[in-house]
Design a protein around this ligand. Structure first.
Ligand code: SF4
Length: 246
C-alpha cells in the first residue's frame, strides 16, 4: 500500500462517523497549509466555505475563472469575500493557451463536439487546477453521491488518482435538501441563478435553466450524451468518467 493509500485509510477510519465540520478539522490539522478548498461557488462549496470560515480564519480557498462565467457567479464570489472576510484565490488559464485554442477553433468550439468541449475545459479549468493542486497534499471539494449517476462512488476521503493527492468530500452523503437547509439556516450567499431555474451552474455558454423535475444536470452541456458530462476535474487516472464538473 502506498503512503497516500495508507493516509486515506487512516483518515477514513478516524473520521468514519464524524460530521463534515469534524472531518474538516481533522484534515486541516493533518495537512495545514497543504490543503485547500476548490470552490466552484456552487451551493455545496458555499456550505464548505461557511464551515471552513467558522473553523479557522486562515482557510485556503481557490476558484477557477474560466473567462466564460456568468456575472452572477462573479457576484457571489464578491459577496462571499465580503461576508467572510476571506481571501479567495482566483485561478486563470494560461493566456497563450486560450489564444492559441481560440485562434485554431473559434470561441464557441465546445458546441462542435465532445473532444473540442473537453479541450476547452482542459485549457480553461484542468490545467490551472492541476498547477494549483501540485502544491497541495489534499484538496477539499463539494462532491455528493446524489448529484448524478456518474458520481455514484464518492468517498468522503479518497485517493485522487488523476492528480496524485488526497481528495476530501465532506458532503458526500448529504442530500440536496440538507445543502439548501444549511444555506438558508445560515443565510449563506448563493448564486442568484439558482432562483431562476439553474440547479447546476458552470460557464455561461454551457449552462441553461431546467424545467421543474428535470435532472439537475440536464442544464449543463445539454447537447451531449449524459455519460460525457464531465469536464475532467474528477477524471479517473485512466481518463474515464469522473465525478464532477465545476
Ligand atoms: S464549461 Fe464550456 S466554456 Fe467552460 S471551460 Fe468547459 S467547454 Fe469551455
Amino acid at each position: 500500500m502506498s503512503n497516500i493509500e495508507t493516509k486515506v485509510s487512516e483518515l477514513t477510519y478516524q473520521t468514519w462517523d464524524s460530521s463534515p465540520q469534524d472531518l474538516l478539522r481533522v484534515v486541516l490539522n493533518e495537512f495545514r497549509d497543504k490543503v485547500a478548498l476548490s470552490s466552484s461557488l456552487g451551493p455545496e462549496d458555499q456550505v464548505l466555505t461557511h464551515m471552513l470560515c467558522e473553523i479557522t480564519d486562515r482557510a485556503k480557498i481557490f476558484t477557477l475563472d474560466t473567462g466564460r462565467l456568468p456575472q452572477e457567479t462573479y457576484d457571489v464570489l464578491d459577496q462571499t469575500r465580503a461576508r467572510y472576510g476571506v481571501e479567495i484565490e482566483v485561478l486563470f488559464p494560461e493566456a497563450q493557451q486560450v489564444q492559441d485554442m481560440v485562434r485554431r477553433e473559434g470561441v464557441n468550439l465546445f458546441y462542435r463536439g465532445v473532444d473540442l468541449r473537453r479541450q476547452c475545459c482542459s485549457v480553461r479549468k484542468i490545467e490551472p487546477l492541476k498547477k494549483r493542486l501540485a502544491s497541495l497534499e489534499a484538496w477539499i471539494c463539494g462532491l455528493r453521491v446524489e448529484q448524478s449517476t456518474t458520481r455514484s462512488e464518492v468517498a468522503r476521503v479518497a485517493v485522487d488518482e488523476t492528480f496524485g493527492l488526497i481528495k476530501v468530500s465532506p458532503l458526500a452523503h448529504w442530500t440536496t435538501d440538507q445543502v439548501w437547509d444549511y444555506i438558508r439556516t445560515h443565510d449563506i450567499p448563493y448564486n442568484a441563478l439558482h432562483d431562476q431555474g439553474y440547479p447546476s451552474i458552470g460557464c455561461a455558454p454551457c449552462t441553461r435553466a431546467v424545467q421543474p423535475g428535470q435532472d439537475i444536470r440536464s442544464g449543463r452541456w445539454w447537447w451531449e450524451a449524459p455519460e460525457h458530462k464531465e469536464c475532467g476535474l474528477h477524471l479517473d487516472s485512466d481518463g474515464t468518467l469522473g465525478h464532477k464538473e465545476s
